[in-house]
Design a protein around this ligand. Structure first.
Ligand code: NAD
Length: 489
């Protein structure tokens, strides 16, 4: 049994109460972690404040980069163990969690590269006696709150740009998957980051709420559900704290009849069945042009039915269990809703059981055909392996259906017609658009949503803007006397 600890002020931190971490494959408690009190949150924020003022924000970018590379080295050297822990905690298959650890280290290195390149601008003004320049300054203490589906990968979108820019952080992972984030906090100490630069507090929504509402927080970055994001934005709004929100999605994967259909089917599988559909960017709506609809639906149904379910720690498993019981129940309920609403169930349709599935929270890969845009399974985020296939006739209708939901996180277009691709991309309401691919990402490429999927950007150079404010400095070197009662331009 692993007993994870929080990290506060460079040291492991305990709490009187502990929570269980349940393995969704076996149903067993495999670890415990502390439930932070308000005092713990307070101590973490104060430690982060001291570290911010005590040297981190004024350290050289080169020094911050060195320590971030050391943390990346550490993460790489423990990547296998971390991947195993994460797969045990949330049921995500090891072939993906291994990759995610590598990607997290890559993000650390990418943003380490910016730490000594946070340039401002010199700005020529109308008045030649004034010299103007800008600087990028860190906000201060950032609260980083993540969801359970990919704790380290989500943290790796936030923490690297925050540290590179000179902020210190208090991290709160989800109560459904906290252990690897505690380990990450321990690695930050091992890598030599000064005490208080990276703090980790664990626990449920009350802990998140205490962190968000703490007067010592200067910036919030949140990944999670849209209702929680809205609550956090409200709380932050009362104190005018800047917020980055990465929320839910109902992303359309649009297949036109001129697409390479084999690749489109693989993209559709990647979109909805990878990670058992528990990704914000899940391509949960497959829009297929009617002329190729039978062919595409047939191929995706066959592939879905053949997906290898099993132990997430087995490298050959394609889909593991869903991460926790509330999520499992929610998915089952939405599948039932799809049946009641009259969508055609093509494969799956509920929990999956079998000799290799232990007591796991497995949902059979589910495909609904002839879904109409008004159905709940076509508009609500399921966050599970449930695909809604929606037929369309032409470009206009495809765009209308694609944009007809409250979310705007991601979308994909499958077509060989370059003119059509640009026409459609131009009109899609989504922060990320893929063309002839799905669920690919890169440290350099900005990511984030619009509409109910949130605001702000992670990854790419854009992420640095989330963790800095621009300070403009105007210097009068004219030596001239001025009229004190009229603004000088
Ligand atoms: P959630 O909103 O329930 O919880 C997310 C985090 O917020 C957890 O750490 C939780 O403890 C904390 N929290 C809950 N209530 C809080 C409050 N009042 N104040 C502060 N913190 C609070 O989401 P979840 O169920 O963990 O994750 C699933 C959701 O996350 C899905 O909607 C999914 O789309 C979204 N998600 C988005 C992205 C993205 O990048 N856009 C990535 C992954 C997941």
């Amino acid at each position: 049994m692993k007993n994870a600890t929080m990290i506060v002020d460079g040291k492991p931190a305990e709490s009187d109460t502990r929570r269980d971490a349940v393995n969704p494959y076996t149903g067993e408690v495999w670890a415990t972690f502390p439930e932070a009190t308000h005092e713990d949150v307070d101590r973490a924020v104060n430690a982060a404040r001291r570290a911010f003022q005590g040297g981190w924000s004024s350290s050289s970018g080169a020094e911050r980069a060195r320590l971030m590379h050391a943390l990346a080295d550490r993460l790489e050297s423990e990547a296998d163990a971390m991947a195993r822990m994460e797969s045990t905690d949330n049921g995500k298959v090891i072939r993906e969690t291994r990759n995610q650890m590598g990607f997290a280290a890559r993000n650390l290195r990418f943003f380490a590269g910016y730490a000594d390149k946070l340039y401002g601008r010199t700005i020529p003004l109308d008045n030649p006696g004034l010299f103007d320049f800008t600087r990028r300054r860190p906000h201060g203490v950032a609260a980083l709150i993540t969801a359970w589906n990919s704790p380290i990968a989500l943290l790796a979108n936030k923490l690297p740009p925050a540290l590179a820019a000179g902020n210190t952080v208090v991290v709160k992972p989800s109560e459904h998957a906290s252990v690897t984030t505690c380990e990450f906090g321990r690695m930050a100490i091992d890598a030599g980051l000064p005490p208080g630069v990276v703090n980790v507090v664990t626990g449920g929504p009350e802990v998140g709420d205490a962190l968000v509402g703490h007067p010592g927080i200067d910036k919030i970055s949140f990944t999670g559900g849209t209702p929680t994001g809205a609550r956090i934005a409200e709380s932050a709004g009362r104190r005018l704290v800047p917020v980055t929100l990465e929320l839910g999605g109902k992303s359309p994967n649009i297949v036109f009849d001129d697409a390479d259909l084999d690749r489109a089917v693989v993209g559709a599988v990647a979109g909805i069945f990878a990670a058992a559909g528990q990704t914000c960017i899940a391509g949960s709506r497959l829009l297929v042009q009617r002329s190729v609809y039978p062919e595409v639906v047939d191929a995706i149904t066959k592939r879905a039915a053949a997906i290898r379910l099993g132990d997430p720690l087995d490298a050959s498993t394609e889909m593991g269990p869903v991460a926790n019981r509330p999520q499992f129940e929610r998915i089952v309920k939405l599948i039932e809703k799809g049946k009641q609403e009259g969508a055609t169930l093509l494969t799956g349709g509920g929990p999956a059981t079998g000799p290799d599935l232990a007591d796991g929270l497995f949902i059979a890969p589910t495909v609904f055909g002839e879904v109409s845009p008004g159905m709940r399974i076509a508009s609500e985020e399921v966050f599970g392996p449930v695909l809604s296939v929606i037929p369309f006739d032409g470009e206009e209708e495809a765009v209308e259906i694609a944009n007809g939901v409250e979310y705007g996180l991601a979308a994909a277009v499958w077509s060989r017609d370059i003119e059509r691709v640009h026409r459609v991309v131009d009109r899609l309401e989504a922060g990320s658009v893929w063309v002839n691919t799905y669920r690919t990402n890169a440290a350099q490429a900005p990511f984030g949503g619009i509409k109910s999927s949130g605001y702000g950007r992670e990854r790419g150079e854009e992420a640095l803007a989330e963790y800095t404010f621009v300070q403009n400095v105007m210097v009068d070197y004219s030596g001239a006397a001025r009229d004190p009662f009229s603004i000088k331009t």
